[in-house]
Every structure is written in structure tokens, then in C-alpha cells.
Ligand binder design. Structure first.
Ligand code: SAH
Length: 356
């Protein structure tokens, strides 16, 4: 749903943003822009359609525009990335390395099923959080991904699959709550311009103090997924360095406030590492912690990365962990990541393909 509050996110975030690149601009902004160029207002709607629906890569390709105008505006960028590398896993998951205008490379994953095409979007080049089990953090942090670069990832997958993207997960490289200035307007644009429902979007965070509350204020309909990964503070600090500055009780209090403000259930993600956090006692402790919470737990069996020596638990241990939660009336699913063979699964994303 388009609300006034939603539109404000986009207009306030960069009030004097020059429209170059064009990707990320609203229909109103594009209409004003074409008028400033001495063109009739209806060209704004055409431009909007060619950028967001037809997925044009260069202004000069918009064949409904007068030739003279197209050739005059050679320095106007749409804001599309270049495909640097593409690999397909046996399960059909496609991993893309996309090269951005400054040469930086990010990973994007396209995950098809019969009914859905999901895009896993990166929000930072690298990641500063340095979680012990995740490949992205091992290469450090370079910069935030710009709003047009977030939208481009979705359009790039759509173009490659020749099929509409139905779902978006902000679960690629980076910590989205450290880049809300770009992530929020990108969500609005993906919703209003590309046409993907907010309820089909999930944002995953390890938790940054205060930011879940910030997000709650925007009253989005997206699903919030929180990377919990531990049933107590001591264990969480061992796995996630940033947990030192964010006690579990504060994180959970913010999650509760999020549920209150948005009436949306929160998803908790829990990576399963053999012998580390997969014991039945830990499942019981987790159940105790989440009792009465409007939530859903996604258990993610660990995907191996070469920089860490964790192991994925055996299937019966994964099942046993899930059963303890079920017995305690906690909604739970086991989520095996797709794309494992292409290094495209959760936690395996890194900018360099060379090190493989
Ligand atoms: N920074 C955000 C989003 C990126 S990671 C976050 O932390 O939530 C998306 C999910 O993949 C997170 O739950 C993350 O903890 C999980 N993940 C990271 N490394 C993994 C690995 N090696 N195996 C399985 N899941 C992993």
C-alpha cells in the first residue's frame, strides 16, 4: 500500500538528489525531470515504464523518445550494473557477481521455484559485522550499496530469468540496518515502481541497537528476520562479535516493540552448528526465551565456508532440535539453503570469485 508516510521516506532521504542515475526516482520526480528538459509531462510515465518495467539499460535505447533528445543526454545514467560472472547450481539457483560503476563487485542470487522467483539482495559491499560463521565478513567492509544498486540487482535477475521477480530477501552481503538510508528508499521503489508487494520482502538483520525501532516507525509490511543463532548471551557473543554491545534482552525488547508497532510476526533465524548451539538443552533454552512471542523460528543448518571449521549437524540432531521447539509450541521450520554447490547459499557470499 502506498501511504504518505511511505513516500516521505523517499523524498526526505535525499531531498536535493540530482536524478543521475535515474533508477530509484519516483514517477513524480521523473515527470518533473522530463519537464525540466522541456519535454511534455507524459514522457515521465514513459521513462518510468522503460526503466522499471522494460528494464532498459541506457537512455539512448528508449525508442519512444525523440532521437535528438536521446543523443543530447549522453551523460544520463540509468544506473545499471554489469554482469561480471554468473554461475548456476544444480538446483537452478543462479549466482551473479555484479560489477558496480566504481568497479566494486557484489553478489546477488536468483532462487527460482515453480511459483516464485526470489532475489537475495546485497546491501553492503562486504560486511563489518564479522560473524564467525559467515564468509562475507571475512573480507571486511568496503562501502554501502546505493539505492539504485539495490534496485538494479532485482532488475538484473528479472532480466536474466525473463520472468517477474515475486519475492525479495535482504539476506545477501552486508547488514541492511547499517544502510537504512539506501535500503528504505529502495524498498519503496521496489514496491511502488517495480511492483513487488512489501509482504513478499524479508529483511534479515543481526541487530543494531535502536535500528529495529527505527524500522518499526516506518510501518512497513515487510517481514523482519532476526539472526539470533544462540539461546543465551554468552554463546551469542562467541559467535557474533557485535553481540557484546547489544544484550539479547535489549534485542528481544526491540523485536517486541516491532511486533507491536507493525502487527507483523518476527522471524528468528538460528544457524545450527554441530556441538556448538545444537544441543537439546539449548533448544529448550531458546523455547523458554521465545515463549509467548509472535514469532517463527527458521533453523538454518550451517553451510560450510573454508575460513571456519564449524560442522553442519547430522539430520537427526537437526530434527531433534526442531522437535524440542515444537513440543514447546514454538513455530519452527528447517530451511536448507539453496545454491550450496555454487557457493550461493546463506553465508557463502563473498565479492571475489578468484579465491574459490
Ligand atoms: N547481515 C544480515 C543478513 C545477511 S546473512 C544478518 O546477519 O541477518 C543472511 C543469513 O544467513 C543470516 O541469518 C546469517 O546469519 C546466515 N548465515 C551466515 N553465514 C551462514 C552459514 N555459513 N551457513 C548458514 N547460514 C549462514
Amino acid at each position: 500500500m502506498v501511504t504518505a508516510a511511505n513516500n516521505q521516506i523517499r523524498e526526505q532521504s535525499q531531498p536535493d538528489r540530482a536524478l543521475n542515475p535515474l533508477l530509484g526516482a519516483t514517477l513524480a520526480e521523473l515527470t518533473t525531470w522530463v519537464q525540466q528538459q522541456g519535454q511534455p509531462a507524459y514522457r515521465g510515465r514513459q521513462l518510468h515504464e522503460w526503466i522499471y518495467q522494460k528494464g532498459v539499460r541506457h537512455f539512448s535505447e528508449i525508442s519512444v523518445f525523440p532521437k535528438q533528445w536521446r543523443s543530447a543526454l549522453t551523460d544520463v545514467e540509468i544506473g545499471r550494473s554489469n554482469l561480471h560472472h554468473r554461475s548456476v547450481a544444480p538446483d537452478g539457483t543462479v549466482k551473479y557477481l555484479l560489477q558496480l560503476a566504481d568497479g566494486q563487485i557484489i553478489e546477488t542470487v536468483g532462487i527460482p521455484t515453480e511459483k516464485r522467483l526470489t532475489v537475495c539482495v546485497s546491501t553492503q559491499v562486504g560486511c563489518p559485522m564479522a560473524c564467525s560463521f559467515c564468509a562475507t565478513g571475512k573480507e571486511g567492509f568496503s562501502r554501502n550499496v546505493a539505492r539504485h544498486e539495490i534496485i538494479d540487482q532485482v532488475l538484473s535477475v528479472q532480466e536474466d530469468f525473463q520472468r517477474r521477480v515475486s519475492h525479495i530477501v535482504f539476506m545477501g552481503m552486508g547488514e541492511p540496518l547499517l544502510n537504512l538510508d539506501n535500503v528504505l528508499p529502495a524498498i519503496q521503489s521496489l514496491n511502488q515502481d517495480v511492483g513487488i508487494g512489501q509482504r513478499n520482502m524479508t529483511l534479515s538483520t543481526v541487530g543494531i541497537p535502536g535500528r529495529i525501532l527505527d524500522l518499526a516507525q516506518h510501518q512497513l509490511q515487510i517481514t523482519l528476520a532476526v539472526s539470533l543463532h544462540a539461546s543465551n548471551q554468552v554463546l551469542r557473543e562467541q559467535l557474533i562479535p557485535s553481540a557484546h554491545r547489544y544484550p539479547l534482552k535489549d534485542l528481544l525488547a526491540e523485536c517486541r516493540a516491532y511486533v507491536q508497532a507493525t502487527s507483523r510476526r518476527v522471524t528468528f533465524e538460528y544457524i545450527l552448528l554441530a556441538g556448538v548451539n545444537d544441543l537439546p538443552e539449548q533448544a529448550a533454552e531458546l523455547a523458554q526465551m521465545l515463549r509467548g512471542f509472535q514469532s517463527h523460528v527458521n533453523l538454518i543448518p550451517y553451510n560450510p565456508i573454508r575460513e571456519a571449521d564449524y560442522q553442519r549437524p547430522a539430520s537427526r540432531r537437526i530434527q531433534a532440535f526442531a522437535n524440542v521447539l515444537k513440543q514447546q509450541q514454538i513455530a519452527v521450520s528447517v530451511r536448507f539453503s539453496r545454491g550450496l554447490e555454487a557457493d550461493a547459499a546463506c553465508g557463502q557470499l563473498r565479492a571475489s570469485k578468484l579465491r574459490r
